[in-house]
Design a protein around this ligand. Structure first.
Ligand code: 5GP
Ligand code: ZN
Length: 115
């Protein structure tokens, strides 16, 4: 998508601090972190939101969760714990219309984390 900020990050048109990348998935640090560790994990395929997942896309959700679990081990946050959030639509405050998983950790997380 031409005007999608995360597609621009994938293409390298906007710089980002990448923490993981493969053919289908990218993980990078959130520009405005809500916790000491705040990583966004996204499919490289542009999908607007959870509700726009097509049957063939659900494999990407499995892959994203595997990336998150591997990051949790790499970042040594398995013991202290972490939170995974996906905002979907207006009431959840989804700002970027490219599906993304927030991985938050590094402090005791409150009730309201993102948005
Ligand atoms: P949402 O509110 O849509 O769930 O979350 C969007 C997230 O993307 C926000 O936490 C925001 O800080 C992050 N974000 C927006 N633009 C950029 C950017 O250009 N670079 C990075 N690294 N993060 C961004
Ligand atoms: Zn996009």
């Amino acid at each position: 998508m031409e005007d999608c900020v995360f597609c621009k990050i994938i293409k390298g048109e906007i710089p980002s601090e990448k923490v993981y990348e493969d053919e289908e998935i990218l993980a990078f640090k959130d520009i405005n972190p809500a916790a000491p560790i705040h990583i966004l994990v996204i499919p490289k395929k542009h999908i607007n939101s959870l509700l726009d997942l097509k049957d063939e896309d659900f494999i990407l959700i499995e892959k994203i969760q595997k990336v998150i679990n591997n990051l949790a081990k790499q970042l040594k946050i398995e013991d202290e714990g972490f939170r995974v959030i996906v905002n979907c639509g207006k009431d959840a405050g989804q700002e970027v219309m490219h599906l993304h998983y927030h991985l938050l950790a590094g402090k005791k997380l409150g009730e309201k984390i993102v948005g």
